[in-house]
Design a protein around this ligand. Structure first.
Ligand code: 6GU
Length: 228
């Protein structure tokens, strides 16, 4: 998979890809992530990428032309499955969307900034709009990093233990059950006895029960979705 990210603050996108699982995925050639500085596609002498809103109003708007130039350049090199615009008014991101995106070969992610992009970019260039939640971030970069993390870890071979992504919270519509490691007792806080029983059927049943109880208690919305 190849992900091209277009940003006006490319520095913000360095560290998320520079450690741990994402770094290993890139080094292992399982995913390519290319960050593009929108300013490199500015068309005037001042390297402008934003301008005042027509009709008045506070805040700058990202101009269509630099974005179009950057996207056209990329599209001339390969076909893209999706051109995603990160914006708080996009469709809410969830595990289902992450799963779908992980199957694509090439995607572009455009990070919004200031007041956002000229509507014509959304009407004519963008194919999907994503929000990561009901709050406002200063820009789309951190949201793009969240989406990339959720997607890249699903690519086969990225996680050491192949089954591990499948047992994540949400992957079966349930939150994950409680987990424990050594020591068996700490300050008198004991690990449930059943986990030492060696009875893997009983352990699996207990995990399922706990996952359901946790989902009902914490996310009744997810539980109802699951029942529907
Ligand atoms: Cl994708 N962008 C911004 N700026 N804020 C957000 C968001 C995206 N998702 C939630 N809040």
């Amino acid at each position: 998979m190849r992900i091209d990210i277009i940003s006006v603050v490319p520095e913000l996108l360095k560290s998320p890809f520079d450690s741990s699982i994402l770094k290993r995925a890139i080094e292992g050639g399982l995913v390519e992530v290319h960050i593009h500085n929108l300013r490199d596609y500015a068309v005037d002498n001042y390297k402008s990428i934003d301008d005042y809103q027509f009709g008045g109003g506070a805040g700058m708007v990202m101009m269509a032309e630099p974005i179009d130039k950057c996207v056209e350049q990329l599209k001339s090199e390969r076909d893209y499955d999706e051109i995603i615009y990160m914006t708080p008014d996009g469709e809410p991101f969830n595990q289902n969307t992450a799963n779908q995106l992980s199957l694509f070969k090439n995607i572009i992610i455009l990070c919004g900034h200031y007041k956002g992009v000229d509507q014509r970019v959304r009407d004519h260039i963008v194919t999907k709009e994503i929000s990561i939640g009901d709050y406002v971030l200063s820009g789309g970069e951190l949201a793009a990093a969240v989406v990339c993390d959720a997607v890249i870890r699903l690519i086969p071979g990225v996680l050491g233990n192949e089954t591990s992504a499948l047992t994540d919270s949400f992957q079966d519509g349930l939150l994950a059950p409680p987990i424990y490691t050594r020591p068996r007792s700490y300050k008198g806080w004991d690990v449930p006895e059943l986990l030492f029983s060696g009875n893997f059927h009983a352990i699996e049943a207990w995990r399922e029960t706990e996952a359901i109880a946790r989902t009902k208690a914490r996310r009744p919305d997810l539980w109802e979705e699951d029942e529907a």
